[in-house]
Design a protein around this ligand. Structure first.
Ligand code: 523
Length: 151
């Protein structure tokens, strides 16, 4: 999450624009392994710390969203993952930022909270309400669960 685009780059400047609205696209993974979904607890910033999210980050200029997803999972969790289907929908974050979600399959590595997180949990389909998701992630998690778990 510490690429060149992140220093002083505001919405629509430098960081991967959404072709259409000008919003910055934040990609996140519904990362699956053995039928469970990974939830990650944010350690920063203060207003988000302690809440749980689908891991991901901002798309950099010229970067494909799927590539951004792979990069973020490598940086933040130390794993290799393969993006799958896009979860239909787009969820507003702070002004000028939108969240888009892809399913992803764990290829190798055991996720560790290397950056941005202080705890990780693999959730079985019946456990999705067990963590305090960020408000903006809730509808994305629900849609991902519907599609991936038939929940
Ligand atoms: N969210 C969010 N949910 C969610 C993600 C991956 C991100 O609400 N599942 C928000 C949190 C931030 C913004 O989107 O307001 C950017 O996410 P962040 O900080 O994880 O993106 P990075 O890692 O690209 O950003 P830097 O650490 O600043 O480089």
């Amino acid at each position: 999450p510490h690429g060149t685009a992140h220093h002083g780059a505001g919405p629509g400047h430098g960081t991967g624009p959404d072709h259409g609205t000008g919003a910055v696209v934040v990609v996140a993974a519904a990362l699956l392994d053995r039928g469970r979904l990974l939830a990650a607890r944010r350690s920063a910033p203060a207003d988000l710390a302690g809440r749980w999210e689908l891991p991901g980050g901002k798309v950099e200029p010229g970067e494909r969203p799927e590539d951004a997803l792979v990069r973020e999972l490598r940086e933040e969790l130390g794993v290799e993952a393969e993006p799958g289907e896009r979860i239909p929908g787009e969820w507003p974050l702070k002004p000028g930022y939108v969240l888009r979600v892809w399913s992803a399959r764990l290829l190798s590595g055991d996720p560790l909270p290397l950056e941005d997180h202080d705890e990780l949990r693999w959730l079985a389909p019946g456990e999705l309400d067990a963590v305090d998701w960020l408000d903006q992630d809730r509808p994305a998690v629900a849609e991902a669960a519907r599609r991936l778990f038939g929940a």
